[in-house]
Write a new protein. Structure first.
Length: 178
C-alpha cells in the first residue's frame, strides 16, 4: 500500500497561475494612465498653404522661432507646455508680400477621460497624463489660403478681378464669355 500525502499547492505555484496574472495586470492597468498608454505626447503636423510654396516660420507662444521652411512641410510638435499646460504655437505664412498668422493650440485628448473608466483617476488623471503631455493632442494639419489674382504692372493691361470689384456703372459694359 502506497501512502502518498498530497499537499495543497504552494503560494508560489498560485502566483504563477492565470488568476495571479489577471490580478497583477488589472492592478497595473488600474494604477496607470489611459492617455499615456493609448496615445502620444508629440504629433506630426503638416504645414501647408493654398497655393503651395509659401514661406513659414513656426514659433512657440512666447515668440521663439522653432522652424522655418516652405510649404508643404511636416514638423513634429509636443502637445504639452508643462504640467497641465497645453502647447500653443503660431505659424506665420508669407507669400508675395502677404502675411498670415495661424495659431496651433493643443486641445484635450479624449483618451484622457479613459482614466475614469479604468480607475486611473489619481495616478492617471493627476500625475502621469499631465506630466507626459498625453492629456493633450494637436490637429494633424494647419493651412493658410492666399487669394490668387493676376494683373499686369501698368494701367493699360489685363486685370483679373471679381464682380464685386467692378464699379456698378461699369458692369453694364461687361460681356459674358461662355
Amino acid at each position: 500500500m502506497n501512502n502518498t500525502i498530497t499537499q495543497p499547492p504552494s503560494l508560489l505555484a498560485f502566483m504563477r497561475g492565470p488568476v495571479a496574472t489577471l490580478t497583477i495586470g488589472g492592478t497595473c492597468l488600474w494604477m496607470t494612465a489611459c492617455a499615456s498608454i493609448v496615445s502620444k505626447s508629440s504629433y506630426p503636423v503638416t504645414i501647408s498653404s493654398n497655393p503651395p510654396g509659401a514661406c513659414f516660420t513656426l514659433k512657440k507662444a512666447n515668440g521663439m522661432a522653432m522652424s522655418t521652411g516652405t510649404t508643404p512641410a511636416t514638423v513634429t510638435l509636443n502637445s504639452s507646455n508643462g504640467y497641465f499646460q497645453p502647447a500653443k504655437y503660431v505659424v506665420e505664412f508669407t507669400r508675395k508680400g502677404v502675411t498670415q498668422t495661424v495659431p496651433i493650440n493643443a486641445s484635450i485628448n479624449g483618451w484622457y477621460f479613459g482614466n475614469l473608466l479604468f480607475g486611473g483617476i489619481i495616478i492617471g488623471m493627476l500625475i502621469v497624463d499631465p506630466a507626459t503631455g498625453a492629456m493633450w493632442r494637436l490637429d494633424d494639419s494647419v493651412i493658410a489660403t492666399f487669394n490668387q489674382t493676376a494683373s499686369v504692372g501698368h494701367s493699360h493691361g489685363l486685370r483679373v478681378c471679381t464682380l464685386d470689384q467692378i464699379p456698378l456703372g461699369m458692369r453694364k459694359h461687361l460681356v459674358a464669355l461662355n
